[in-house]
Design a binder for this molecule. Sequence first.
Ligand SMILES: Cc1cc2nc3c(=O)[nH]c(=O)nc-3n(C[C@H](O)[C@H](O)[C@H](O)COP(=O)(O)OP(=O)(O)OC[C@H]3O[C@@H](n4cnc5c(N)ncnc54)[C@H](O)[C@@H]3O)c2cc1C
Length: 328
Amino acid sequence: MPKILAFVEQRGGVLKRTAGEVLGAARRLADGGGSGEVVAVLIGHDIAATLGAALGPLGADRVRALQHPSLAPYSGEAYARLLAAEAALAKPDLVLFPASAMGKDLAPRVAAVLGVGLASDCTALEAGAGGSGFAATRPVYAGKAQLKVGFAASPAMASLRPNVFTAPSAQPGRSAVVEAVTSDPGALRDAVQSLVLAASAKVDLTEADIVVTGGRGMKGPEHWGLIEGLAAALGAATGASRAVVDAGWRPHAEQVGQTGKTVSPSLYIACGVSGAIQHLAGMSSSRVIVAINKDPDAPIFKVADYGIVGDAFEVLPRLTEEFKKLKG
Ligand SMILES: Cc1cc2nc3c(=O)[nH]c(=O)nc-3n(C[C@H](O)[C@H](O)[C@H](O)COP(=O)(O)OP(=O)(O)OC[C@H]3O[C@@H](n4cnc5c(N)ncnc54)[C@H](O)[C@@H]3O)c2cc1C
């Protein structure tokens, strides 16, 4: 009967999409090992009443909402301190995080405080052989190999790659006990004074369900309207290869790959991208990959589910037109 602590990410009082994915994985593992318990940990300011009730229907049995005005902006030091204390109190078998930007910062800090190991950016997580412990799978060497990880210390700790674990549909009849806890993190070595958000109406790349990426084959920034047009027709985020970012055509925030962002959308459309191993490292776990490239031997076709051998300048306008028609 495993007890699982699931860190649920919120920003600005809004639950991130990974909340459902982490809780879904926790619920599946808790149920697989008998009727285990899933405790969701939310950290922020004034979040218990607004967000707590949403977590029961997603799989939590209990919600610990740790609240304090100083916790409104994310602070790695404060969040890690509180989460480590929660883990020491609850003594879970497993602690889960999303491998989002926040989770990637937070999980190693908590693991270090507790003195346990962490399997980061996992693409699969199951009960260990014979039902004891847990076994995680994580891509290594830019996705060229899959590592199976066991855990020697308790609690086991893992972060889950966004968009790989399916979030369950919310069950409205299911509810969790929500405990609002005033949690002053105490003196911190650094404090966030203010947070300036980039003004963008675009879909967040790491959370997007569909990503349209352009590579050097797009020839220049003046042609990005073709990428943005298809993305707008699909409600997608836009990405870029490193060649494009290095050339200054697109900002680094859009770079997908080993030295950029890791994405796992339901649909990834690569346009004029050759498919270098460093690019594949950031997108090969996408559910469906479509490649548009005029070179039939481009490596991207090796990972693509659907390939269009053709000139992106001809294919993109036609695809965009067809998707617009489909959307009505
Ligand atoms: C340490 C390290 C880290 C790296 N990290 C990253 C990373 O995070 N992300 C990343 O992307 N790369 C990364 N790279 C770079 C990577 O090795 C490649 O150089 C890069 O991905 C190539 O980008 P590209 O596919 O856009 O360009 P190219 O390799 O030049 O490919 C362009 C493609 O466009 C096609 N094309 C040309 N014209 C058209 C047309 N009209 N229509 C259709 N197709 C056309 C060509 O056939 C070609 O396949 C890294 C490299 C190193 C060494």
